[in-house]
Design a protein around this ligand. Structure first.
Ligand code: R5P
Length: 380
């Protein structure tokens, strides 16, 4: 038996779609491994495999893995009361919660979603859960990772909120700054940092095809330079770098591109595309410098404020410089974006299912960071 207890999985009201998809994939992984295990059952029998069998037996019994039921009651003032359904028992269980903090598909405020996750986790702890893992691809307030002037550090404050909510582990993705992991005391909350880059690399390879020699790739600012370098090495495409700063007095974005872009197609990689200000600036500068078509890939297309319109304008019915925005379902999108000709969504559901499976069965997740994992495990 897993020392953290039997497996249980919930999705908050923010992530029923991703949660359902993770469960389907998780059931497929377990059944696949259980099948394999059956055939060599009498050869080697380690404790590790025993856990897989227990996980497998649960699936066999249920036929599939399902989200446990949960309800969010709202008072008129929008105070909320997230409740575990009465007949659901989480005592001594290893509980996973799938959650989105940012939900442009519902229009519900990020701060309210954040509180929902914390209140729900705390309810689970009161109900006797042995271990709580919050699966939250997008880390809220991640851009508040350092102190400006006399201000606080919001990303560190959020870490304390998770600790206070008795969340034992978070699984999150492509943190805006790696130092955020240091805001947590692992004695209370551990951080599992997952990368979407194997998925994005896979898609970029497919889109670029045999034309790597006429491409340049990079991030829009020094913060994304490392990301750019990683993609450049893996795709064997020369690196360019954006240097983005803001005018001290006006706050206007100033951007310079380091590297030769004239006559090349460009792939820009970033963590977030928000108001679209950064993408617009990059596309404008690249156009001025003679670049050809531009693709943008990010993990979190939040497309807030003017973001959506900016992307549409840059695409301009296929006539603009921007040809494609690649994003992931780490941010759930409304249908008008999912169906847009300029948008390509990659699902993180299989990757997250594999991560959950590894964690519950005390396996390793680092193998999932390798680009080969996408083919080997069929992550896309
Ligand atoms: C900045 O440091 C980030 O990596 C993104 O470049 C930024 O958050 C994008 O935001 P926006 O689309 O609002 O310019």
């Amino acid at each position: 038996m897993n020392p953290r207890g039997e497996f249980a999985i919930f999705a908050t009201s923010t992530a029923l779609k991703l949660g359902g998809s993770i469960c389907q994939n998780l059931a497929a992984i377990v059944l696949h491994n259980y099948g394999n295990l059956n055939s060599r059952r009498f050869k080697v029998y380690t404790l590790q495999e025993r856990k897989v069998i227990e996980f497998g037996e649960q699936v066999e019994k249920l036929g599939r893995i399902e989200l446990e039921s949960y309800k969010k009651n709202l008072f008129g003032e929008r105070e909320m009361d997230p409740q575990i359904t009465r007949n659901v028992n989480v005592r001594d269980k290893d509980v996973f919660i799938i959650h989105h903090h940012f939900t442009p598909d519902t229009g519900i405020n990020l701060n309210e979603n954040l509180l929902e996750a914390c209140l729900f986790a705390s309810s689970l702890k009161f109900a006797g859960a042995s271990y709580i893992t919050l699966v939250m691809p997008y880390y809220p307030y991640a851009r508040g990772d350092k102190q400006h002037a006399k201000d606080g550090v919001p990303a560190a404050y959020i870490a304390k909120m998770f600790e206070i909510a008795c969340i034992d582990r978070i699984i999150t993705m492509d943190l805006h700054a790696n130092q955020i992991m240091g805001f947590f005391n692992p004695r209370y909350t551990k951080v599992e940092h997952i990368y979407a880059s194997p998925l994005i690399l896979y898609k970029l390879k497919e889109v670029i095809g045999s034309e790597a020699n006429i491409y340049r790739i990079g991030g829009p600012d020094p913060g994304s330079a490392k990301k750019g370098e990683n993609y450049s090495k893996k795709l064997n495409i020369p690196l360019i770098m954006g240097y983005k700063t803001r005018e001290h007095l006006t706050g206007d974005l100033v951007l310079k591109i380091l590297g030769d872009v004239k006559g090349y197609h460009i792939a820009i990689v970033d963590d977030i595309v928000g108001t679209g200000g950064t993408v617009k600036k990059v596309v404008d500068v690249l156009e001025k410098e003679g670049a050809m078509d531009i693709i943008v890939a990010c993990t979190f297309p939040t497309l807030v404020g003017p973001g959506l319109q900016i992307i549409k304008d840059l695409y301009n019915n296929g006539q603009g410089k921007l040809k494609l925005l690649i994003g992931t379902d780490a941010i759930p999108q409304p249908d008008n974006i999912l169906n847009a000709p300029w948008y390509c969504e990659l699902s993180i559901a299989k990757l997250m299912a594999q991560v959950i499976y590894e964690i519950h069965t005390s396996g390793s997740v680092s193998q999932l960071y390798q680009p080969e994992a996408v083919d080997q495990l069929g992550l896309l």
